[in-house]
Design a protein around this ligand. Structure first.
Ligand code: FPP
Ligand code: MG
Length: 339
């Protein structure tokens, strides 16, 4: 793997992330207990989902972001805990539905709900997680934060629809790609940061700035997630890699490649795109075009730019001495491990 992003050392990022999780461990424990209470049901499948979330929670970037921003603006209080619980539940709900849409067999190394119990049950399980998450937001006192969550949930759906309509597009472009990833992923990062700010005592103006910081980080996160799908195509590290291109979902590496490739190169790409399974950097043709035009470096420096922009915005908008944890967090966005 290339040096992931200039100035960011992957091992250091992992160490920082562990330290960060340790620092907020008591809050994360509270949030995780809250999630378990929300999922408390006699239903056998819900019991299993709740156990899976307990044992394989993923990186929990979104609630962690709420905590870090809240910490910078005031005290982490029960409202922040409720909001952080909500965003994590909505995130998990969206993954259940996303895995149905993508027909993914694995998530966090485990069989996905629709593979295990069928699509109909998985739709209901996702809806259940969404509903109990939404109830957590209703416990928080600010109207704007309460409205942000359904607003972003509808944007996530709209963006998934746009992604679906854009499949196998002959004219994939970066603007459309950014619109999709901002809506489906970055917006939830945005409101996680915004609510952390406002619910701990920040102003509406500061909330808007923090929402922008979160959005930029979410964008960098999705670019890295997409790049890994491309770069590690054919591998399984908790989820199958290399499925985007064969499903016609053209992410940043392929968009950049199509924009620069010669007529002959485009024809070779077309053959691969329409015939391959789990393709990306593992294809010699794609690898050579990537190397010729410096595609990977370009994609990674795009992600780096968003991380840098986010950090600079945070630095300007927050009190002195509150930046360390945000900096550690923003660097962790590049970590690829599914846990
Ligand atoms: C992951 O994308 C998908 C998302 C971040 C959002 C999915 C949103 C929906 C299915 C609609 C909204 C649903 C709710 C409940 C609000 P990906 O497929 O690129 O990532 P992956 O590699 O992790 O699968
Ligand atoms: Mg998916």
């Amino acid at each position: 793997m290339p040096q992931i992003v200039e100035n960011i050392d992957l091992e250091e990022a992992k160490a920082n992330f562990l330290e960060l999780k340790q620092h907020y461990a008591s809050h994360l424990t509270f949030i995780n207990q809250n999630i378990q209470s929300c999922l408390n049901s006699e239903n056998k499948q819900l019991k299993e989902i709740s156990l899976q979330i307990k044992n394989s929670p993923g990186k929990q970037f979104r609630p962690l972001l709420s905590l870090i921003v809240a910490d910078a603006f005031g005290e982490i209080n029960e409202h922040v805990h409720h909001y952080a619980t909500a965003v994590e539940l909505i995130h998990n709900a969206s993954l259940i539905h996303d895995d149905i849409l993508d027909d993914s067999p694995l998530r966090r190394g485990l069989e996905t709900p629709h593979k295990k119990w069928g699509t109909k049950n998985a739709v209901l399980l996702g809806d259940y997680l969404f509903s109990v998450g939404y109830r957590q937001v209703l416990k928080t006192p600010d109207d704007t934060c309460r409205d942000d969550l359904p607003r972003v949930a509808s944007l996530m759906c709209e963006s998934e629809l746009l992604q679906s309509d854009s499949k196998f597009s002959h004219y994939p472009n970066e603007e459309n790609y950014l619109k999709i990833i901002d809506g489906k992923t970055a917006s939830l990062f945005g409101i996680s940061a915004g609510a952390g700010c406002l619910l701990s005592g920040g102003t509406q103006e500061q909330k808007k700035l923090m929402e922008q910081c979160g959005l930029l980080l979410g964008r960098a996160f999705q670019i890295m997630d997409d790049w890994l799908d491309y770069y590690q195509a054919g591998k399984k590290d908790g989820k199958p890699r290399g499925s985007d291109i064969s499903a016609g979902i053209f992410t940043l590496p392929i968009i950049k490649m199509i924009a620069q490739a010669s007529k002959e190169e485009k024809e070779s790409l077309d053959n691969i795109i329409f015939n391959g399974d789990f393709i990306g950097f593992n294809s010699p043709v794609i690898k050579s075009i990537d190397e010729k035009y410096g595609i990977t470096q370009d994609v990674l420096s795009n992600a780096q730019k968003y991380i840098k922009d986010s950090y600079e915005l945070f630095e300007k908008a927050t009190p002195i001495n509150s930046k360390h944890h945000f900096e550690q967090f923003s660097q962790s966005i590049v970590i690829s491990d599914p846990q």
